[in-house]
Design a protein around this ligand. Sequence first.
Ligand code: NAD
Ligand code: USQ
Length: 425
Amino acid sequence: MRVCVLGGDGYCGWATALYLSRKGHQVAIADNFARRQWDFELGVQTLTPIRPMPERLRAWKQLTGETIEFLSGDITDYEFASSVVRSFAPDALVHFAEQRAAPYSMIDRNHAVFTQVNNVVGTLNLLFALREFRPDCHLVKLGTMGEYGTPNIDIEEGYIAIEHNGRKDVLPFPKQPGSFYHLSKVHDSHNIMFACKIWGLRATDLNQGVVYGTMTRDVALEEALINRFDYDEVFGTVLNRFCAQAAVGHPLTVYGKGGQTRGYLDIRDTVRCVEIACLNPALPGEFRVFNQFTEQFSVLELARMVQAAGQKLNLSVEISHLPDPRVESEEHYYNARHSKLLELGLKPHLLSESLLDSLLNIAIRYRDRVDPSLFLPKVNWRNARNERRPKAAAEAAGSAYEAPFEAAAVSAPGNGRVRTGDDRQ
Ligand code: NAD
Ligand code: USQ
């Protein structure tokens, strides 16, 4: 199968591209390196030293003999998005290429607008490109469990059967997202569903939970293939952050009471779920939704698990409860269905003690690269404008980023692509 992985320089995309290539698919990656730019902008870096794309692809070719094609560009540019669809002619378009950090989208107006434009316009461009040039290609879109929020009822997979005033229908499950980023995913879902309906496109929305881990069999083959491991307050997801914190003796940063419960999955299951979706395409006109996670945990449960695993490795791990910088329920009901991928053959890697050990060991291996000033949350949902990291702090973290925030180039907010009101100050 010909699979194009959009966003293949990123955390989930890189591991997925390698996995699909090993499994015999012809793989192309498309990316504009925006994410590396956002790291520079914030003065953060992944715990693991990821390599430039040409080096990554050379190493893969040398080790496996497989070639992964690379297409450099921004999918919010329709010329680029449509050229990917025309030139590579994919059977499946796997779409990871979005701004995916909730805190990034909550920094200020620029970042909220940028996130929604990047994500919504990018996805719209792909829909038009598919309609125009390859209507039978299957769009496999990464959505998020956060589209649903935390309702006080069970969460279904995409749709809910409702009886209202004596009439019945099956409708999209209600969405109550918790950030401007999560909202962008809801907007995407609506646009994709509509395009399937009017143009007969086929799409699968993978409502993914929070991903943890960094190693897959493929990225572990050689240091040059190493994957991202973000631990900073903006891009780091919670379990990876806790492991990095434990590795350097920083108290685990539980926000509020820690009862926030989410679906989680190992990155090895991310890559397999994407493969399962590709191998079992949606029907023409079908907008299919899978909830892509394997287990539910509260934040406090995760912190306690990391504490216990850390103690076995002679790490002294404290848990601290910080005021929650986000506006979210700190204690709530959560029960989300996630059976469709299991029915199609997913065999989950569950979060065991040995897995936590290996996560902690990776964090320990790279702990000299940890900048503890990146742990504490600085983006508060209640503010319309949050302070950015001063340049000095960025330099102390080893970032080469020079430009002031407002002047950040092509793929960063405030670049002139969207201009309203106070942009011109
Ligand atoms: P990431 O930031 O590591 O990777 C995203 C990649 O997309 C980056 O390489 C970036 O440069 C690229 N990109 C962004 N905008 C682009 C554009 N306009 N044109 C071309 N390339 C662009 O993110 P990730 O963690 O790998 O997440 C991938 C997807 O999975 C996202 O859509 C995210 O919403 C979803 N997701 C991630 C998680 C998680 O825990 N990481 C959980 C649920 C869903
Ligand atoms: N949290 C803490 N302490 C921390 C970091 C986070 O208590 O140090 C809490 C958050 O408040 C939240 C939960 O942990 O309640 C999860 O936060 P997260 O940063 O790990 O994940 P989130 O912001 O939800 O975003 C991540 C990905 C995003 C994806 C989403 C899936 O960055 O791309 O869409 O997970 S989901 O959570 O299902 O929406």
